[in-house]
Design a protein around this ligand. Structure first.
Ligand SMILES: Cc1cc2nc3c(=O)[nH]c(=O)nc-3n(C[C@H](O)[C@H](O)[C@H](O)COP(=O)(O)OP(=O)(O)OC[C@H]3O[C@@H](n4cnc5c(N)ncnc54)[C@H](O)[C@@H]3O)c2cc1C
Length: 251
């Protein structure tokens, strides 16, 4: 069985984000980058399936510049068999990334794609859905429990919805996107890091995939949210009600 796991290099969630002075983007100097947490969850789930069902071809793929190799090595150190870097220095929107991943899917022909439900840098929550639409295959998003059934031809997925927990089956191949509660990813071990150095990492130019990456959307400006006011402690409920009424004018 082959599972394709797209992974993205994002600013580390513990890093304090600073913007470029002109608001054109996030300042990257001195910023620590890491593997997108939802992608780590997706890869962890693929590794658990391999532990349960036997050896698999687990392929991590990333779209980005040379610096992305570091992230792919983390994926290999976690346990992926091989890595694929689709090289580009362009700033890509969700649709452009989905088109590139669709071309990777056609090349690799995996049994299914397991990916994060969103990347924590742009929080778009679109690539998985767009990829399924481009490929014309099924999708199960926000998955918090995954099981392969019917001789591994279908995936039974539990997913959180506004109405509660929904369980559905989706025919494979399909796109499955991981929610936070799917699992807790393993730490990368030192032997894993050593082994990762010898695992295959292929670099491909976009042209070799036969796709051009053109973003249809353009981010005009980034702004930091307004500074939060310091909170106040009140001694009584009456005082709280008074403040809500007369200061916050919330009631
Ligand atoms: C696990 C989980 C986490 C969440 N976290 C957050 C969060 O952090 N922040 C947050 O803000 N929200 C959060 N939500 C809420 C979530 O974003 C809402 O479920 C979402 O906004 C609904 O979007 P939708 O596209 O699924 O809705 P849809 O049901 O598709 O509706 C969206 C809109 O589409 C249009 N539409 C839909 N159906 C029709 C129709 N038949 N005819 C005409 N128009 C239609 C309507 O304009 C409707 O308002 C969360 C929900 C879940 C389940």
């Amino acid at each position: 069985m082959k599972i394709l796991v797209p992974i993205k290099r994002v600013p580390d969630p513990d890093t304090k984000i600073r913007l470029q002075p002109d608001g054109a983007g996030v300042a990257s100097d001195g910023v620590k980058f890491s593997l997108n947490p939802f992608d780590a969850i997706a890869l962890e789930e693929a590794l658990r399936l391999e532990e349960k069902l036997g050896e698999m071809d687990l392929v991590v793929v990333s779209v980005g510049g040379e610096e992305t190799i570091e992230t792919l090595r983390v994926g290999l150190a976690m346990g992926a068999k091989r890595a694929l870097l689709i090289k580009t220095s362009a700033d890509l929107d969700s649709l452009a990334v989905a088109k590139i991943l669709a071309a990777v899917y056609q090349r690799e022909q995996p049994d299914f794609v397991l990916m994060g439900k969103q990347a924590i840098d742009d929080d778009s929550n679109q690539v998985g859905q767009m990829l399924a639409a481009l490929l014309g295959i099924g999708q199960a998003t926000f998955v918090s429990k995954l099981e392969l059934v019917e001789q591994h031809t279908q995936a039974r997925c539990a997913r959180e919805t506004d109405a509660g927990l929904e369980t559905l089956t989706v025919k494979l191949p399909a796109i499955i996107t991981a929610d936070l509660r799917l699992n807790e990813p393993r730490y990368v071990s030192l032997p894993g890091i050593m082994k990762a150095k010898k695992k295959p990492l292929e670099e491909l130019e976009l042209a070799a995939l036969g796709v051009t990456a053109v973003s249809r959307t353009k981010i005009l400006k980034y702004e930091t949210p307004p500074q939060r006011q310091a909170g106040v402690r009140v001694k009584t409920v009456d005082e709280l009600v008074d403040k809500l009424k007369n200061e916050a004018k919330a009631i």
